[in-house]
Design a protein around this ligand. Structure first.
Ligand code: SF4
Ligand code: ZN
Length: 307
């Protein structure tokens, strides 16, 4: 069967069984992302958007499309922000992609590293602890992105989370009974109205990982897949496998998880909106539900291990 819009050879079959050729897939993809930005009001006039880039397919697709939209509308600014965790053989490679892309497109790239912020690389921290890589890396990365985005004066932080990532987060929170944390998900954060948190937006929210990968390859944004060596050794990795198996057997599962979630999200936000302000970490000043934030606690444990 040819592409539904022309007679060209199809490269992608959508969930509704429609087939699209290269050119019409690119059109479909861009339209859906720009509609997500418009429908969920992700970007406003004069926004100074920081784009979190790792140099992988999701973040480069995001940066490419936001840059395209910026050039077209001239209504907002974009900047790139990257975190170098210090994962040899992985992050060094993807950061090269990010640097090259930003250079070629005249986008200012700000890079912050665990070594500068916390004293060492993730690789070295992991040598002295039994803590799982992602349990340490997740809070560290969120901490740097939140703190530095504020320092750089961004009004929003855009991340490359796609439909697969979001369906995993929803299921993880559900299985662990962390429903309150799910209230913070969605295409734009909104439950916590606290100036100390940078507003996060996810323009690729409704695009599947496969669609993003195909788009990134078609646009030559990446030439090979790079995956963090720790990504499979995690709870999320197991949830990802489970959802992939379900998707293979029951196509549309991930889409259903996310769209169903979007229906209940307003109720979750209403239920979990809190008037009790968060404390500020006594050590670093970042918002925290305890006296000392999770990042400072982990740094302290790591320091003591090295004594
Ligand atoms: Fe960090 Fe885990 Fe992501 Fe690797 S998979 S970059 S260790 S959070
Ligand atoms: Zn702290």
């Amino acid at each position: 069967m040819p592409c539904k819009n022309c007679l060209e050879k199809p490269i992608m079959k959508l969930l509704n069984n429609e087939q699209l050729c290269k050119q019409h897939f690119v059109k479909y993809f861009e339209k859906k992302v720009f509609n997500t930005i418009r429908n969920y009001k992700l970007i406003n006039k004069n926004d100074k958007v920081g784009v979190a880039v790792s140099g992988g397919k999701d973040s480069l697709t995001l940066l490419y499309l936001l840059n395209k939209l910026k050039e077209k509308t001239r209504k907002f600014e974009i900047y790139a922000i990257a975190v170098d965790e210090g994962i040899e053989g992985y992050r060094d490679k993807t950061l090269e992609n990010a640097k090259k892309f930003c250079n070629e497109n005249n986008i200012k790239l700000n890079i912050f590293s665990y070594k500068d912020e916390f004293g060492d690389t993730l690789d070295n921290f992991l040598k002295n602890t039994k803590m799982k890589a992602c349990s340490m890396c997740g809070p560290f990365r969120r901490y740097i992105l939140n703190k530095k985005s504020k320092e750089l004066g961004f009004t929003k932080l855009a991340t490359g989370h796609n439909l697969d990532d979001e369906s995993q987060s929803i299921m993880m929170n559900y299985i662990r009974a962390n429903i309150e944390i799910s209230a913070r998900l969605g295409p734009i954060t909104g439950v916590l109205k606290d100036q100390r948190f940078i507003k996060r937006i996810k323009p690729l929210y409704l695009m599947s990982e496969k669609e993003v990968a195909i788009y990134a390859f078609l646009k030559n944004l990446i030439t090979e897949f790079n995956e963090c060596p720790h990504s499979l050794d995690s709870y999320r990795g197991d949830i990802r496998d489970m959802l992939n198996n379900f998707e293979a057997k029951y196509p549309g599962t991930k889409n259903a998880v996310v769209t169903g979630f979007l229906n209940i999200l307003p109720m979750l936000r209403e239920n979990y909106k809190s008037n009790i302000p968060l404390k500020s970490c006594k050590n670093c000043g970042e918002p925290s539900s305890n006296e000392i934030c999770q990042t400072c606690k982990i740094v302290e444990i790591l320091k003591n291990k090295n004594k």
